[in-house]
Design a protein around this ligand. Structure first.
Ligand code: UD1
Length: 362
């Protein structure tokens, strides 16, 4: 059985890593295709090195573009790969444009598709990722689900039961595997935070939060305001940096530390030691749940409701004032620790998936 594994953007790398390891262990033949959706050293290469992902067999080097351009270009370049390799299965992870584009190509060539992280729904179709999730799930043959809400969503959409597998969260496999190594990172010292002082960690990159100059300015001002209470570390995604630069927005307060995107180990270390996290990312909502760190999600909805049920994550809306208030509340009160771990987020999701794939192939 030959499996073509697809990655494209930063959050895919943490998800594919344990799957590749489990496939190697099961002696499954595999081929890794990187679409090149993310291409900066800090958005891609660094993750391959730190997560010990083998070099891709192929890089399609699609780069950036509008939603349609990027999706179309990935499809155009992936089709000949599938035609040449004729794999038994194409495996896609997450919800980025590369996920949907490669799933579409494969299914139209009659190749079975496995989607890891299936069933998540924000019910907000203005998010490109929601479209990617809905389309990918509708055309996939094997749907691997990370939390119970995903099961309910797929059933509601009429996906046949025999396609659905509740396996847990591969991103958490990676976190648990690398947590001890991340503790050895010297990132706190590099940022001048080795004295054990509290700090907040912030990331923002969703188009709905950063593409509008006035919105972005509002968030930056709120982060500066929070930086009066405690140091705020803000690793800036290229999209956010581009829009901030165009709008002439620069960090002013010395307590708001803006840095380039960080590698996996540095970022995990920073999350693990932070007082609170502010984010609009999907994966960080999950990672803070496992780490038991209060997380304020700057969105109106989440496709990962288990993170809210567990008590670490809180939606504050796309509203800088609400974001600041929520963060200050947690500084005044006790940490909201995770009461419980989501089911099957135990570091063994990839193993379960590969066991199922092996059984299906047999
Ligand atoms: C993509 C995913 C998003 C995910 C995010 C993680 C989609 C629709 N979105 O968003 O779900 O949370 O990745 O980072 O697939 N850029 C660079 N260097 C890079 C990559 C991007 O400079 O290596 C800049 C480019 O200006 C580009 C912009 O960032 O236009 C956005 O990149 P893109 O891949 O379109 O989407 P992300 O915002 O990164």
């Amino acid at each position: 059985m030959l499996v073509v594994n697809v990655v494209g953007a930063r959050p895919n790398f943490m998800k594919i890593s344990p799957l590749i390891t489990a496939m190697e262990r099961a002696e499954m033949q595999q081929c890794l295709v990187h679409t090149g959706q993310h291409y900066d050293a800090t958005m891609s290469d660094l993750f391959f090195r730190q997560l010990e992902i083998p070099q891709p067999d192929l890089n399609l080097e699609v780069g950036s573009g509008s939603q349609a351009e990027q999706t179309a270009e990935i499809m155009r370049r992936f089709e000949p790969v599938v035609l040449e390799k004729r794999p038994d299965l194409v495996l896609v992870v997450g919800d980025v444009n590369s996920t949907m584009a490669c799933a579409l190509v494969a299914v139209k060539l009659g190749i079975r598709v496995a989607h890891v992280e299936a069933g998540l729904r924000s019910f907000d179709r203005s998010m490109p990722e929601e479209i990617n999730r809905v389309v990918t799930d509708a055309i996939s043959d094997l749907l691997f689900v990370s939390e119970r809400s995903g099961l309910e969503n797929l059933r509601r959409e009429g996906v046949p039961e025999e396609k659905i597998y509740f396996v847990g969260n591969v991103m958490i496999d990676t976190l648990l595997r690398h947590r001890a190594r991340a503790r050895q990172s010297d990132i706190l010292a590099r940022l001048g935070l080795s004295g054990g002082q509290p700090y907040a960690l912030a990331t923002l990159h969703r188009p709905s939060n950063v593409d509008d100059v006035e919105k972005l300015r509002g968030f930056m001002l709120a982060l500066e305001e929070l930086a009066r209470d405690l140091t705020v570390i803000f690793p800036i995604h290229p999209r956010t940096r581009k829009h901030a630069a165009n709008a002439g927005i620069n960090g002013i307060s010395p307590s708001l530390i803006m840095v380039d995107p960080l590698g996996y180990l540095d970022f995990l270390n920073l999350m693990d030691n932070s007082r609170l996290v502010i984010t609009d990312s999907g994966g960080i909502q999950e990672e803070t749940t496992v780490l038991g760190i209060p997380c304020f999600t700057v969105r109106d909805n989440t496709e990962r409701p288990v993170t809210i049920e567990c008590g670490t994550n809180q939606l504050v809306g796309c509203d800088p004032v609400a974001m600041l208030k929520a963060a200050r509340d947690v500084l005044r009160n006790h940490n909201r620790r995770s009461e419980r771990m989501p089911e099957l987020w135990d570091g063994k999701a990839a193993e379960r998936i590969i066991e199922i794939l092996s059984a299906v192939a047999a």
